[in-house]
Design a protein around this ligand. Structure first.
Ligand code: SF4
Ligand code: SF4
Length: 379
């Protein structure tokens, strides 16, 4: 990178100018906003739609908004959506086919060009930055790359927001990550609010980020702002709400296929699949054909699928994983163990979404701790 500046300070109005510059560049800006009692991701027309003055409280199966009196904009942990809703959307048309009007039995096919707006993602959490890197590997680096994902990802500009207020369900540190942004962003912001005002310490991660920063009012980074920013992120690292057991999870899960704990969690799991839908790394899809009433026009759609769905493992004469025990075991074992075999990493970044948005409050960290305890008992 040959950016003119590596760090800078943006004030509160500067964030508004940043969004205006992105919109002016023709980008589709997506960021956090308050809607329906949650901080959700949505297309933003201006920075006025950002969740200034809102924080969240959350726990297993619970989430609610709390007002803040400091006016912070990024003092909330992960909401119900992740960026995969935009990069790897829940439904996408792949192709359509039509009978030719001549009635000669011929069929014409049209492959659909992926919808790929020039996205700018504002407020990408460090855990979600890592999740995007994981989905990059899964969806674009193998033999079967996803053209739509690749097109959207290539055009996306990522503006990270480092974490200063981790939630009660966050555990990124114990997955090997942390509340500081790893490389991969174009700009990284760290929010600072103190007697010197409301501002953002900015790190530049790419030429595109530097070009964007040049378009908005900013000033050189000062040592006080940088020190407060770094201290806030360090403090967040020490205030994670949860943790996975500090053991080799790949081996633990691989050796726990016959554990009794799977029966315990199966008593509670509704196999609803919410955890896979909210997870920023879960990527599975299926395809389905839909026809019009005449049968002259048909379309193939790709849509998210879930390993909790009975049809997901349907082979000859039935599903391979018919029980809740087998489906929950599949999800957790893939996420923490066999994912390494496929993609050279864990499939979990510790965002905590699957804990907060599980309708019965099943907690991945609690389940792994129980499996670990059971393995210790048997040893
Ligand atoms: S763990 Fe929770 S969210 Fe996941 S399938 Fe079971 S009940 Fe649904
Ligand atoms: S498994 Fe749960 S905590 Fe881990 S990345 Fe997925 S949603 Fe986040």
């Amino acid at each position: 990178m040959t950016a003119a500046v590596d760090t800078a300070v943006l004030d509160r109005d500067g964030l508004g100018s940043l969004v205006d510059a992105l919109v002016g560049d023709g980008r589709t800006v997506v960021g956090p906003t308050v809607r329906d009692g949650a901080v959700v991701l949505a297309e933003l027309a201006s920075a006025d739609e950002l969740p200034y003055g809102w924080g969240v409280e959350l726990d297993a199966g619970r989430y609610w908004l709390v007002p803040r009196d400091d006016g912070a904009v990024f003092a909330h942990s992960a909401g119900p959506q992740s960026w995969k809703s935009y990069l790897h959307p829940a439904r996408e048309r792949l192709w359509s086919a039509d009978r030719t009007p001549e009635g000669d039995g011929d069929v014409s096919f049209e492959r659909h060009t992926p919808d790929a707006p020039a996205y700018a993602f504002l407020g990408v959490r460090p855990c979600d930055l890592r999740a995007i890197a994981i989905q990059d590997r899964v969806l674009t680096s193998g033999r079967y790359s996803d053209d739509g994902y690749g097109a959207r990802r290539r055009g996306a500009l990522l503006i990270a927001a480092e974490c200063t207020e981790p939630g009660a369900t966050c555990f990124c540190v114990s997955t090997g990550g942390g509340p500081a942004a790893d490389p991969g962003y174009d700009l990284a912001l760290t929010e600072v609010i103190d007697d010197d005002g409301h501002r953002f310490f900015v790190r530049v991660g790419s030429e595109e980020g530097a070009r964007l920063l040049d378009q908005v009012p900013h000033r050189d980074a000062d040592t006080v702002t940088e020190a407060v920013a770094r201290a806030s992120v360090d403090s967040a690292r020490d205030r994670m709400g949860r943790a996975l057991p500090p053991v080799d999870l790949r081996t633990l899960l691989g050796g726990s296929l016959d554990a009794d704990r799977w029966d315990d969690v199966a008593q509670r799991c509704l196999t609803c699949g919410n955890c896979t839908l909210v997870c920023p790394t879960c990527f599975c899809t299926t395809t389905e054909e839909v026809t019009d009433l005449t049968g002259d026009h048909t379309e193939r759609w790709q849509r998210w699928d879930s390993c909790f769905d009975l049809d997901f493992s349907f082979l000859h004469e039935g599903p391979v994983r018919p029980s809740a025990r087998s489906r929950y075991r599949q999800w957790l074992t893939h996420k923490l163990s066999t994912w390494h075999d496929q993609f050279d990493s864990s499939g979990c970044v510790g965002c905590g979404r699957c804990i907060a948005w599980c309708p019965v409050g099943i907690d991945i960290t609690e389940e792994v701790a129980a499996l670990h305890a059971e393995s210790e008992t048997e040893a």
